[in-house]
Design a protein around this ligand. Sequence first.
Ligand SMILES: Cc1cc2nc3c(=O)[nH]c(=O)nc-3n(C[C@H](O)[C@H](O)[C@H](O)COP(=O)(O)OP(=O)(O)OC[C@H]3O[C@@H](n4cnc5c(N)ncnc54)[C@H](O)[C@@H]3O)c2cc1C
Length: 373
Amino acid sequence: MYDYLIVGAGFSGCTLAERIATVLQKKVLIVDKRNHIGGNAYDYYNNEHILVHKYGPHIFHTNSHKVWGYLSRFTEWNNYFHHVLGYVEGKLIPVPFNLNSLYAVFTESYAKKLEEQLLQQFGYGDKIPILKLQQSAHGDLQFLAKYIYDNVFHGYTTKMWELTPENLDPSVTARVPVFLSRDDRYFQDIYQGIPKFGYTKMFESMLQSPLISVALQTDYKDITDIVSFNKIIYTGPIDAYFDYMHGELPYRSLRFDFRTIDTELEQSVAQINYPNNHLYTRTTEFKHLSKQSHAKTTIAYEYPQRYDKLVNEPYYPIPQHENTELARKYKKEAEKIQSTVLFCGRLADYQYYNMDQVTARALSVFEHTIAQS
Ligand SMILES: Cc1cc2nc3c(=O)[nH]c(=O)nc-3n(C[C@H](O)[C@H](O)[C@H](O)COP(=O)(O)OP(=O)(O)OC[C@H]3O[C@@H](n4cnc5c(N)ncnc54)[C@H](O)[C@@H]3O)c2cc1C
């Protein structure tokens, strides 16, 4: 008899399993239909023994002392700051577009003029969403906004979502703002790093309590009649739980093409974005993240795809008003059964959470709901 059946062994499921076992001393069965733990943050050594991220590159960054402290109980960290370059007009320029990018694409004198105008209008260190920069009344800044929109945002966003930036929630383009700084790091959070021995090792450490049992390649629907438990915590897609009674929630999916080549390091930084000329959106070289020393290197080429629940994985919720409304209908259904089933996580909340946000959410659900019941 288990106190909790947890569906999904990603960040959400592992955090909740660990808290319930360690703090409440209760028995947990955590199941995942995949053949591994870790959810989308799963990493593994490929045939060449290079550590790669199966579902795309995962860079940990947070301003939350609480989340960083919590996860640091289960892993040490590689001191890693993410750097991204964008392939624009035959050059590799810093992304997010910043003051250094200005000098990479324009002549020195024109870049200087634009820099001065930007700093007159905004402050050094400001992060300006492109849709806001486009509203600038100043002629040169209008030109700059159009340049950045056309060369950095439009192609990438259209490839990524099959939608133009205007047709998505403004939060999407605001995730990669124009940054009025010389700081080329992709994130400025206080805490940044990659688990020193990989994400999967960190999750193994989270699940090591004898009160936690793990069942892989197990759809929870196949075991609810044969296993007894008091309560379910569900971290899978919320629409699937309710058998799509209000229709399917749309997702964007991805395909990764992993290529291993006979060279120690191919790229100067972990990630290169291709907003314009290629079918893939970005390439990621994992050895920059793991700091692994190896004679060969593996690079993932990332191709956005339409999502079909019978064919591929649901990666990103599509941030549009009508989808949020549909998700709300499912959340109402979830409220009706909240005494027996708790919904928590990226797919269960239909929210684009980063890893730190999803961990913070799981810790909050534990403290405010589970530990109080
Ligand atoms: C391409 C990509 C890159 C990302 N990069 C970053 C990054 O750099 N930094 C960052 O902070 N965040 C990143 N994220 C976000 C990060 O992946 C998520 O925040 C995190 O993995 C969500 O954890 P979760 O446990 O809620 O969901 P998931 O990791 O999706 O776990 C849910 C689990 O539930 C299982 N499941 C579903 N249905 C069932 C069922 N019926 N029975 C059993 N099991 C089931 C699934 O198999 C899955 O393993 C990225 C996401 C993507 C898609």
